[in-house]
Design a protein around this ligand. Sequence first.
Ligand code: ADP
Ligand code: MG
Length: 245
Amino acid sequence: MIRLNNINKSYVMGSNSLHVLKGIDLQIEQGDFVSIMGSSGSGKSTLLNILGMLDNYDSGTYHLSGNLIQNMSEKKAAQYRNDLVGFIFQSFNLISFKNAMENVALPLYYKGVPRKKRNQIALEYLEKLGLKDWATHMPNEMSGGQKQRVAIARALISQPKIILADEPTGALDSATSYEVMDILKKVNDDGITVIIVTHEHDIAAMTNQIIRLKDGLIHEIIRNGELKQFKKEYTHGLEAAQIPS
Ligand code: ADP
Ligand code: MG
């Protein structure tokens, strides 16, 4: 589904240039559940933004579902994003003056779905995420975990093929983080490709493949047997049964 070949990306500021991604080769299949790890500033968000067509790359190729994603107009990029990708952010990015239902319905507003219909669909998604009773609440009346569930509902309402989540548990305590990861696992069980950025080992240990970025390159991909070892090391004996659902 995702094919990156020799992707390079630099940020240019005045006469300075920062080479952030130095030739990334990567394949991610439909239905994968992937985490991207790496130290702060290693280019995790840059890579995720390129995958989500929020940012351009300088050289190399990016194929998404067989289509070359390159030099696209903003209009075309937005169309691909709307059809294929749902985003989740560390800071939730909810609109503070809209209630939970209106936040979830927002992508359908942009698609021209009439108010009554989009609110009805938004309610269905809120219900799926256990937030039916919170539909008319404003973001500032909700906990961090609830806000992130609203954001997940908003990401899912366009029925994306891929969810991209940049530090989705970064602002949450560990119990709430596991809840959010549990939801993302269920999303992935429905066949949606889920790619998260995290620097927390125990969070990464809940995915099926860990990509480590270092010095602008993929340093290591942890899966299969190595992943089992990683899970052993970093779940600190926390059994799946103890993770609240
Ligand atoms: P990470 O998410 O791994 O912490 P980022 O992808 O956000 O890393 O950033 C990688 C490097 O690129 C950092 O040094 C950061 O300061 C720099 N950077 C990120 N975005 C920009 C930008 N829009 N303009 C200039 N430099 C940027
Ligand atoms: Mg980042």
